[in-house]
Design a protein around this ligand. Structure first.
Ligand code: ADP
Length: 874
């Protein structure tokens, strides 16, 4: 390809030649016209010459015709045969100047005719070739000079002319030449510039065109690729215009839908959509393209051959550079197989769920069927144990109770574990009194620890909050599991429960609990596996100790649900410590309703704590120090008497003696007897703390003037109540009164009326005896109807309502009761139910119950619930 300069030269040459030819033609016509004009002028001015009377055609006429013809015809001839040549131009220049000379001559040298010369030179400049001016100028110069000398009349119209005149003419001609040459050169420069500009433009154009060609080819290749891909793709592909009308569809679409490409055009594709899905699909499609958003829809199509397929169509807007949607490109996938698999999976899941439901129902039924009779066994055995029995009878009944209890534990464990496994356990998030909860646990455990002579110690770090939010029942369950194991696997020594704060924030407190025993311990290799279900450290011990191997597995899951972790530290033969952490919500003090404590000033009151167990001494010390009492700790009866003597001598007698019952050498009773023998110790009231409640102890206490008698572990509030009651009894030894006990404390406070709605006569009797034992006034109703009738007649402080009763069940009865009460009243109602499945509690609460107790009813749980729900001060 030529460079820009070469191409410019080419263009320049072509233009120049064009100009030369055009100007040649111009002069050819001009010269022809001049010739005619010269002849006309000759005829007009002097057609004839006269010599006397005779005349003949004037020489001028001949000159005009012949000479003019000769001058003009050769250049015209050259124009025709050699247009654009230098020879032609120069001949024309000479011819034109000769024509001018002839015209001047014909007009007799008229000065006006001289202007023809200037005009002709100007015309010659049209060539833009200054060289043609040279022969023209030479012709003019020579003509003027020769004729000026020889025929001045012919050129100047005068007979004589100064030779300077020729020079003057020549000067004017040269002057014009200078102007014209300059203009010619300028014209050539312009021509060059134009040529160069055009050459650049052409090259630019050329490269642009080249690019267009390349791009077009690339586009064609890409389109070809797309077509190939689209044709071989296993999914249907379609394209639409900006208004969402379908245009292109690939072969797969045609195979998939059974619809031809032409039939799918516009909205034709919707014809194969299943009639039931069509409206929804079209609406989704319209909405998508109107909003310019993605379209994604699963729908059925009915192919022309009648078969049904499932499609998943997706489409996205394609956009132009300015962001406007130019159409959609979409893909449709045949998902019939997947849908089939989904349907199968769904029905399999439904079947599994149904199976699971029936398993749950079976468990619920089993739970109900087993718990109901056990309730009778446990309750009746407990009551029988409270009566006067021979030693043999007591032994038998205790065996019955232990067996029933362990049967219940096994059932509860299995049920609980299957519930947790099935994810059917929800954690409560209620505010509760942590301290009482923990004491409740130790109290429940005391019955197991004491027969083995184990010390059960409970220690809470001072910074542990009194109340938190969480699930008190589940926390109790974990502690019970761990502590029951500790008691089970410990033959002698102590079991210590500790609670401390692991970490805390404004919202949350993480508590660290531990249960330490002095039992058989766990081999290192078993310390992980025992947390798995049905795993026991040593199966031979299992036979000896019993158990299902589920307790720790359940505890592990529960701890995880409380956001904590569980682990064990143990050295075989030296006991074990189980640790766990659990997270609770922080409760603002104001949120917890608390019974007002009686105001009595215990400040600086002197108290003597007698216990051989150091941990117990520490706990008691901490408790009484919290109440700002002044304590002295001693580890034996003998030391206690010495301390009492010292105090009496210092005239600072002890007002209170808190003494353990079981101590080596001198036990609590002997100590009490020694104290009462000495009048100087009369200021001291004695409260006995025993780990094993033995029948007849009460009588001994009364005889010995012991003012209070409590079974360990002692709840702080209970101890405080006992201390306050005892100190108000003045003077301590004035009269022999029965000692203040846990029961008498309760009996003093409980005179509430309770309605018991229960259809089963055995359960009725069990509950009745438990309630009466605490001094409640109980009315019994055999079903929901009777209960409602009783509630109509009388006001009760609390109702215990069985859920499954004939005629009118508990849930229906409570609904009716709540309807009758409206917003004016609210009688506390606790549901009693033998099924303990997930959802029961929610169902009961939703129906209007205030609380829920699972059968068999345990006295401790029942009493705890009663304490909570019976209005204070009743
Ligand atoms: P179970 O006690 O019903 O067998 P657990 O899951 O509560 O089931 O305990 C699993 C096993 O862990 C027990 O069988 C026992 O071998 C071991 N174990 C648990 N706690 C202790 C403990 N405090 N001292 C010794 N071994 C223990």
């Amino acid at each position: 390809m030529l460079g820009a300069e070469g191409r410019a030269a080419e263009i320049f040459a072509a233009r120049q030649r064009q100009i030369f030819c055009r100007t040649d033609r111009l002069f050819a016509i001009l010269m022809a016209l001049q010739w005619v004009a010269g002849v006309v002028a000759a005829f007009v001015i002097s057609p004839r010459t006269w010599a006397g009377t005779s005349s003949q055609t004037h020489l001028h006429v001949w000159a005009a015709v012949l000479l003019g013809g000769a001058i003009s015809s050769f250049p015209i001839f050259l124009t025709m045969v050699r247009p654009g040549r230098a020879l032609t131009r120069h001949t024309i220049a000479v011819g034109q100047m000769l024509t001018a000379a002839l015209l001047i001559h014909l007009t007799g040298g008229r000065i006006e005719t001289h202007f023809h010369i200037f005009g002709s030179l100007a015309f010659l400049a049209f060539y833009r070739d200054w060289k043609v001016l040279v022969p023209a100028t030479v012709v003019v110069g020579v003509d003027h000079l020769v004729r000026g000398i020889f025929w001045p009349q012919s050129v100047y119209g005068v007979l004589t002319a100064s030779p300077w005149r020729s020079l003057e003419h020549a000067a004017w001609v040269v002057f014009e030449d200078v102007v014209l040459i300059k203009s010619c050169l300028q014209g050539v420069r312009d021509l060059w510039e134009n040529a160069r500009a055009q050459a650049t433009l052409e090259i630019l154009n050329h490269s642009v065109e080249q690019k267009v060609v390349e791009r077009t080819a690339a586009l064609q290749r890409s389109e070809e690729r797309f077509r190939l891909l689209s044709a071989s793709a296993p999914i249907g592909i379609f394209q639409t215009d900006a208004s969402g009308q379908w245009g292109y569809t690939n072969e797969a679409w045609q195979t998939m839908s059974g619809q031809s490409s032409a039939a799918a055009r516009g909205l034709g594709w919707s014809q194969v959509v299943h009639p039931e899905d069509r409206a929804a699909v079209l609406a989704a499609w319209q909405a998508a393209w109107q909003a310019g958003t993605e379209f994604s829809h699963e729908y059925r199509i009915l192919r022309p051959d009648g078969t049904l397929r499932w499609l998943h169509a997706r489409a996205r807007a394609s956009r132009s550079g300015d962001g406007n949607a130019t159409g959609y490109v979409g893909a449709a996938e045949d998902i019939t197989d997947r849908k089939g698999a989904e349907a199968e999976w769904k029905s399999a899941r439904e079947a599994a769920e149904a199976a699971n439901r029936s398993k749950s129902e079976f468990l619920a039924n089993m739970s109900h069927e087993i718990r109901t009779p056990i309730n009778g066994v446990v309750g009746m055995t407990e009551l029988a144990l409270d009566t006067d029995l021979t030693l043999e009878q007591r032994e038998y009944l205790e065996t019955v109770k232990v067996s029933a209890d362990s049967l219940l534990t096994v059932i509860n464990d299995i049920l609980d574990f299957s519930k947790i496994e099935a994810g059917k356990v929800d954690m409560d998030h209620i505010a509760f009194d942590l301290q009482s909860n923990l004491h409740e646990v130790t109290r429940m455990l005391a019955a197991r620890a004491h027969p083995k002579g184990l010390e059960l110690v409970f220690h809470t770090a001072p910074e542990v909050p009194e109340s938190v939010t969480g699930d008190p029942g589940r926390l109790r369950q974990i502690l019970m599991n761990l502590a029951s194991n500790a008691i089970k696997f410990t033959a002698s020594g102590e079991v210590v429960l500790r609670a401390e704060v692991d970490s805390r924030s404004d919202e949350e407190v993480c508590l660290h609990f531990s249960v330490t025993d002095t039992g058989i311990g766990i081999p290192v290799e078993k310390q992980q596996s025992i947390f798995r279900p049905f795993e026991q450290a040593d199966s031979s011990t299992t036979r000896r100790y019993g158990g299902t191997g589920l307790g720790l597995a359940i505890s592990t899951r529960l701890v995880e649900m409380m956001g904590g972790s569980i682990w064990v530290e143990s050295e075989p033969g030296h006991g074990a410590t189980f640790h766990f952490t659990a997270r609770f919500g922080v409760v603002k003090e104001a949120e917890i309703p608390r019974a007002p404590r009686p105001a009595l000033n215990l400040y600086d009151l002197r108290v003597l704590i007698v216990d051989d167990n150091a941990t117990n001494r520490r706990v008691l010390e901490q408790v009484v120090t919290n109440w700002r009492m002044r304590s002295t700790l001693v580890e034996s009866g003998r030391a206690a008497l010495a301390a009492l003597e010292r105090a009496a001598a210092a005239a600072e007698p002890f007002r209170l003696v808190l003494s353990d019952c079981q101590m080596p050498e001198m036990d609590g009773f002997e100590l009490a007897a020694r104290i009462r023998e000495r009048p100087e110790f009369s200021a001291a009231s004695i409260i006995m703390l025993t780990s094993a409640g033995v029948r007849g102890d009460g009588v001994r206490c009364r005889e010995l003037g012991v003012a209070g008698y409590l079974t360990k572990p002692v709840h702080q509030s209970e101890l405080l109540d006992t201390i306050l009651t005892v100190l108000r009894l003045e003077p301590p030894d004035a009269e022999l009164k029965p000692p203040v006990t846990r029961h008498s404390l309760r009996e003093n406070t409980c005179r509430a009326s309770i309605l018991l709605a229960e259809d089963n006569p055995i359960n009725q009797r069990v509950a009745l005896r438990m309630l009466e034992k605490r001094g409640y006034q109980v009315t019994v109703a055999g079903n929901g109807k009777e209960a409602l009738a009783a509630l109509e007649k009388e006001r009760f402080d609390l109702v215990l309502m069985d859920v499954q009763m004939p005629e009118l069940g508990g849930l229906e009865a409570i609904a009716e009761l709540r309807r009758r009460e409206g917003a004016e009243r609210h009688t506390g109602v606790i549901a009693l139910t033998a099924s303990a499945m997930k959802g029961d509690r929610e169902e009961c609460l939703a129906a209007g119950m205030d609380d829920y107790l699972a059968k068999p009813i345990k006295p401790d749980e029942l009493y705890a619930a009663l304490d909570q729900w019976i209005p204070r001060g009743t």
